[in-house]
Ligand binder design. Sequence first.
Ligand SMILES: [Zn+2]
Length: 145
Amino acid sequence: MAAIHSRDTLPEVVVRKMLWAHGYRFRVCDKRIVGHPDIVIPKCRALIEIRGCFWHHHGWEWDGRKLVQTAMCSSATSPKSNRAFWNAKFRRNVRRDAEHEKAWAENGWNLLVIWECALKTEDEREKTFSFILRHLAKWSSCVAR
Ligand SMILES: [Zn+2]
């Protein structure tokens, strides 16, 4: 099934469909931007990242030296076996995300990070969608066309 890529996982697709339905046009996984952000909306100078809570370790942040926990997400678990391997992996992922965020901010991109756990139920999805639309509306009005 060559058509199935990791970037087409369901949470991303629901966000893309919602954006399209609201008239936003976007690029997906733009190779010209560092980190290949999931969704690029030129009109709002906005990037939307849809992050898996496990791989990107939702609730943990890179403080420049180590990971620190700043929130609780039940999906950001650490497997009990191979502790060192998983810790190194999560550290690498979270650190890379932080580096990309810094680069995007320096280049004037507006960023929304959407965690997969905020898209699980219909209720959560509705809240997350209005959160996204609120920000895009604000940003699109600031960008000269
Ligand atoms: Zn989460």
